[in-house]
Design a protein around this ligand. Sequence first.
Ligand SMILES: Nc1nc2c(ncn2[C@@H]2O[C@H](COP(=O)(O)OP(=O)(O)OP(=O)(O)O)[C@@H](O)[C@H]2O)c(=O)[nH]1
Ligand SMILES: [Mg+2]
Length: 187
Amino acid sequence: MSFTKSKFAISVADVALRPKDGKPCVLLIGRSNVGKSTLINALTGQKIAFASKKAGKTKLLNYFLIDERFYLVDAPGYGSTDFATKDTMHFSKMMEEYLPLQEVKAVALLLDLRRPMGEDDLAFLRYLQGSGKKLLIILTKVDKMNQSEKAKAKAELAKAGITTYLSSDLSKVNTNKIAELIASSAK
Ligand SMILES: Nc1nc2c(ncn2[C@@H]2O[C@H](COP(=O)(O)OP(=O)(O)OP(=O)(O)O)[C@@H](O)[C@H]2O)c(=O)[nH]1
Ligand SMILES: [Mg+2]
């Protein structure tokens, strides 16, 4: 399956301003530049999320209504530095407010494991694992990985306690599988 009908709904800078129609939400989350917006475009078959070569493009929570049933929410990327910048503080605050919401049914964490996970990735992963939300792990940019990088990524995930994950190479077959899992987690 893929998302047959999808449209941009709203961008909000503040959690308080989100849609309050009770539709379930699946949050797409990951470091800046990991490929969140690109994955949304692949899943919807439309250029509805802004992808950019420059990190930190997405600053707001962007809501996309899928099949009139649930929202896929593109979140701002979290930090690429070790210290708390204004942006990472904004991100943490937003997540603390957002994750506990009843309509947030699942979180898809995107990881680009061509580089090992950083402390911030691991800390955030632990935080998500303890959040009580369904968690989907999606490896991005797998089309750019060779066999040994794929094996390393798998070992890296196992070390972090993750044995089930999806790989994204933006192919049709692959994207359909991700769409299917996201749709079923939005319940
Ligand atoms: N080869 C390849 N490139 C990808 C893939 N996903 C994303 N990219 C590229 O990576 C860059 C960043 O992608 P975005 O989708 O803008 O990343 P993002 O996570 O939305 O970034 P922020 O909004 O800054 O947090 C773009 O140049 C994309 O074309 C992928 O699966 N394969
Ligand atoms: Mg983005």
